[in-house]
Design a protein around this ligand. Structure first.
Ligand code: ADE
Length: 435
């Protein structure tokens, strides 16, 4: 089916008159706008795409349901998509990650239907996803695959209307690949996370810096000299371990994958099973993407005063339900810090076990989101151009897009590189030349 047919068949309610929205307080809009502009200064690659989109309108008439962390960086992506002709309905991909002033500005200053309130409960969180789906999207843009999950469970009527989607994060991509493997994925999706200009920078340097930022803002503790346990040595764990070491912590890595464990060992970190790390750690941070990485046997052996945080996508990595049952009391001691007392020992959980870099801080810096969201914008354009030839499967970002983003970012930061000489090109494609 041609895209024109799909678009003509469905109304785009978000652009008719005032957008519908649910945000905390519209009076915060001016502050949010200033913040969006500040982030925009650090997003030159996305800005160049936005300017081209404004001329070419590659998303003209397309309704996009976006479920992303509602931050100043995401706002710049939404503005670029809108410049490209898209109608957008945006909601939060985590109940604690919304920047309320940014959400207000999106509604008030940019006419983007936004449904997101920091601290919203689970019911409101899902109501907000439903609200974006009421716009009858042609495309989904997810961070964690909650929109895709809802469409495939409660909103299956929308499947025929959707041409494709994009997914931002490791956890979401894992879910989508499982759906595709089981033959239940209803439309093609681009795995933005798999682009090198995404995970090598956002996951590593973004998560590394913003997680330390979140832990420090929540607690104001000195990290130098502390034993800092990083659970998981994927791209996010690598970045976090690197930055924790940089600030002076003694870093311990836990892993289940022998290759990653070996890499952590040779990168100079202490590698221990969690049972042993639990006894000595001062600060714990999970970044594995899996469930119950910290559980009762670990809580039982932790030291008095241990601090526990998560920077993985979902709040499942720390078994808080069991911790709650083990504790005699629980109280909030500072914003984003809850004290659990068990047998006279105090354990401190940050940000309700939700990703701490967005709960108590502002997420990844704009400079790194520039590349992630350039991938989102160009993947949305690519999907709109190519969906008729695609299967109901998960696709990588085309290499040409990845390379173009790297080139644009290098130009923006003023870094020049070499090109192969003709002789070098010939050498690389030959097999006769030896010693
Ligand atoms: N994920 C991590 N950091 C983010 C940010 N600043 N904006 C949107 N999504 C994010």
């Amino acid at each position: 089916m041609a895209v024109e047919t799909k678009i003509a068949a469905t109304p785009a309610p978000m652009v008719v008159g005032k957008p519908q929205y649910d945000v905390k307080d519209l009076s915060l809009a001016d502050r949010g706008k200033a913040r969006i502009e500040w982030a925009g200064n650090e997003m030159p690659v996305l800005a160049s795409i936005r300017d081209r989109f404004a001329k070419d309108k590659p998303l003209d008439g397309l309704t996009v349901a976006a479920c992303l962390h509602v931050t100043s960086e995401t706002a710049n992506l939404m503005i670029a998509l809108k410049a490209g002709g898209a109608n957008i309905a945006l909601c939060a991909s985590n109940p604690l990650s919304t920047q309320d002033d940014v959400a207000a500005a999106l509604v008030q200053h940019y006419g983007i239907g936004t449904f997101a309130i920091k601290g919203e409960g689970n019911d409101t969180y899902y109501q907000h996803i439903h609200a974006t789906l009421d716009a009858r999207p042609h495309m989904t843009m997810d961070d964690g695959a909650d929109t895709v999950g809802l469409i495939h469970s409660e909103r299956r009527d929308l499947l025929g209307n959707i041409l494709g989607g994009t997914e931002e994060t490791t956890t979401g991509v894992i879910r989508l690949k499982a759906m595709a493997k089981d033959g239940v994925l209803g439309y093609p999706i681009v795995a933005v996370n798999d682009a090198q200009t995404k995970h090598m920078f956002d996951n590593r340097y973004g998560t590394g810096q913003s997680t330390i930022d979140g832990i420090v803002r929540a607690t104001n503790i000195l990290l130098a000299g502390r034993k800092f346990v990083v659970a998981g040595y994927g791209w996010c764990g690598k970045g976090l371990a690197l930055r924790a070491r940089g600030i002076g912590a003694n870093v311990i890595v836990t892993e289940i994958d022998p290759l990653k464990a070996l890499e952590a060992h040779m990168d100079g970190f202490t590698v221990l099973p969690m049972n042993e790390a639990a006894k000595v750690g001062d600060v714990f941070c999970t970044v594995t993407g899996d469930i119950h990485v910290l559980r009762p046997e670990h809580f039982a052996s932790m030291k008095d005063g241990a601090i526990i945080a998560n920077s993985g996508h979902f709040n499942v990595e720390i078994d808080l339900e069991s911790l709650g049952k083990m504790a005699s009391t629980k109280r909030e001691v500072r914003d984003y810090v809850e004290e659990y007392v068990l047998d006279g020992k105090r354990l401190y959980v940050l940000g309700e076990g939700r990703l701490i870099n967005l709960a108590s801080a502002e997420g990844h810096p704009a400079s790194v989101m520039d590349m992630s969201f350039a991938n989102q914008a160009l993947s949305a354009e690519w999907m709109n151009q190519n969906y008729t030839t695609l299967q109901k499967d998960v696709y990588s970002v085309p290499l040409a897009i990845d390379q173009e983003i790297a080139r644009l970012k290098l130009a923006a930061v003023g870094v020049g590189i070499d090109t192969l000489t003709d002789e070098q090109e010939r050498y690389l494609s030959s097999w006769q030349m030896g010693t």
